[in-house]
Design a protein around this ligand. Sequence first.
Ligand code: ATP
Length: 291
Amino acid sequence: MLELKNVTKYFGKVRAAENISFALNKGEVFGFIGPNGAGKSTTIRMIIGALKPTHGEIEYAGGNIKKDKKYIENIAYVPGDVNLWGNLTGEEVINFMMKTRKFKNTDEKLRLIEKFKLDGRKKCKTYSKGNRQKVALISAFLSDAELLIFDEPTTGLDPLMERVFHEEVIKAKEAGKTILLSSHILSEVEKLADRIAIIRDGKIIESGSLKELRHITRMEYIIETADDITALKHRDFVHEFTESDDGYHLFIDNDRVPEFLKYLKLYNLKNLTTAPPRLEDIFMRYYEGAE
Ligand SMILES: Nc1ncnc2c1ncn2[C@@H]1O[C@H](COP(=O)(O)OP(=O)(O)OP(=O)(O)O)[C@@H](O)[C@H]1O
């Protein structure tokens, strides 16, 4: 549905995005993650046509976006920091959006206002960041756009509202919408995304499904044994060795597992469990790698 081909953006000498390439399939949730200043917003602003790439191409439904601007009507975009017309109420802003999009389902509007617990009668200038975000999120979920783009959508929301956001993303996906979700909240992306791309310093450093990305990190092992296995701590493939009530916890490099298993044979184990790595572990490794 959307494809970026070697998209690059320079602001003067600052390289905000370099050779960004990825494609979104219709009906998927695509997570775009990276630390502050990595280039997520710049990339998104190029997708919505607010910035012109220095190099590279962006295609939407097979057409080049430089030539055909009509594709923008098929995108609903919620920026990280939402600005609204201060003198309109939240509901007036939502009504305005519905009118411009010729969307008439007021029951759905009321459902979303109720679900996001928005007081739509207050003027937007009195709203907190979270309330402004709610107005934009409700408008996006109400729109008939086929691609929904959320840039750090839950930074102003409390955990209950975050959950509402997650539920609505899943609903939108079930309705066949495509979702680009930019975030540095890894658990959010992990829960929702079918595939992810990790961006850092303007470059995509890894992309794929979570399952595909798990190979690049360490697995955690929890060992229950009456034996003293602290000698393992000194092996170079063992990391973060700790002792807890439920056993010894340690992380093992995935490519060194056969060696690890050989060592394990030296002990009498009561139980051995493993935990798949979280996106956070993958991400932290990239963080650490740069320092
Ligand atoms: N208009 C601009 N002029 C100059 N430099 C810019 C501009 N916009 C972004 N940058 C720079 O480009 C880089 C990428 O910024 P961008 O906002 O895309 O990152 P981000 O991943 O969205 O981060 P954040 O989560 O903090 O918004 C940063 O170094 C930023 O300072």
